[in-house]
Design a protein around this ligand. Structure first.
Ligand SMILES: [Zn+2]
Length: 337
């Protein structure tokens, strides 16, 4: 890569809709703000790569005791707040204005706090509002299991969609200005969300079923539906979601990107790496510092700079800017049930 490429690359706004780094590091007792060699990302490598905005998804494995799940999630959110206090390079994005400052705030990594799986809500709407007050701006409605909101993909055969609580959560998220994420959700729940929500929603880390028949992947019909809502699909780097082969590489990732471009259009596809939520990243994308190679390969395949920019960040930024509240305080106050 030449110096010119590096310059061009750093001018591209780079947004990733999903990684699992924060909760993984908190559990392992290692510092997100320091360079590590046992994870796929950390604050120094995200910044060195030129990532402007990263959704840090916090995840706690399903537990029949939802208090335990909530405690875990709160401990991860508290850790994120600690990181922000202790390291001025990180700032938690809560409002539209925060997003707009991303480009001018060079030398900082914007972070959107996401919760992966609504289990921690414990069937109570106040927990959602409380998480919002703490700065959480994205909720992946389910992980792969069933929770009080809906069925995850493991329960797809039972054809269960959103519960009445799940519908309340979705409506409340719309009012608060939270990003609704349908990755991991079983198809019935997906279609319920699409009927209930007027504006955009996202699948933060989901690939194309047309290329790889993994149950986590989206059909072309689902991809078009996300596009019709103005949303974005984040292409992930998880090997079993990319190919049936034993190993995956950079080309497999690009195949999924190009497929979604054909089916959903170039305004509706983004990056959802799932770094630190996957075991083995594709060859060529071993950690976050490899992202420039993805840009290079997309260029080699003849895609325009504009299309690549949209994929690398502009599309997700557009959706986040549409959804996030103008002010974190007023949004939380105006909600009534
Ligand atoms: Zn996931």
């Amino acid at each position: 890569m030449t110096n010119n490429d590096v310059r061009w690359y750093h001018e591209v706004l780079l947004v990733d809709a999903h990684n699992d780094t924060l909760s993984r590091m908190k559990e392992a007792g290692i510092d997100f703000c320091q360079r590590q060699d046992c994870t796929h990302t950390d604050l120094p490598r995200l910044m060195e790569t030129g990532v402007n905005l990263q959704v840090l998804a916090v995840f706690a494995p399903p537990n029949p005791n939802k208090t335990v799940t909530l405690q875990k999630i709160l401990s991860y959110v508290e850790y994120a707040l600690q990181c922000q206090e202790n390291d001025s390079r990180l700032f938690i994005v809560e409002t539209k204005d925060d997003l707009m400052n991303l480009k001018s705030d060079a030398g900082k990594l914007g972070v959107i706090l996401g919760v992966e799986g609504g289990d921690c809500l414990s069937g109570e709407l106040w927990t959602l509002r409380f998480l919002f007050r703490l700065g959480v701006r994205l909720l992946t409605l389910t992980w792969s299991n069933r929770n009080a909101l809906a069925d995850g993909i493991w329960e797809a055969e039972s054809k269960g969609g959103l519960t009445s609580f799940g519908r309340q959560v979705v409506r409340e998220m719309e009012q608060l200005g939270m990003i609704i994420d349908v990755s991991h959700l079983a198809p019935a729940g997906f279609w319920d969300v699409s009927k209930l929500v007027n504006g955009p929603f996202i699948a933060s880390h989901s690939n194309a079923a047309a290329l790889c028949q993994h149950p986590r992947n989206l059909t072309d019909e689902q991809a078009r539906c996300i596009a019709d809502h103005g949303g974005v699909i984040g292409v992930n780097f998880c090997q079993p979601h990319l190919t049936d082969d034993k190993t995956a590489n950079l080309d497999d990732v690009i195949d999924h990107i190009e497929h979604f471009w054909r089916v959903a259009g170039e305004d509706h596809v983004g990056l959802g790496s799932d770094y630190d939520g996957i075991d083995t990243p594709p060859e060529g994308l071993e950690d976050v510092t490899c992202l420039p190679l993805l840009i290079e390969e997309l260029e080699k395949r003849g895609h325009s700079a504009r299309r690549i920019e949209k994929f690398m960040g502009l599309n997700l930024l557009r959706v986040f800017a549409t959804i996030l509240p103008c002010s974190s305080k007023t949004a939380a106050k105006t909600v009534e049930w």
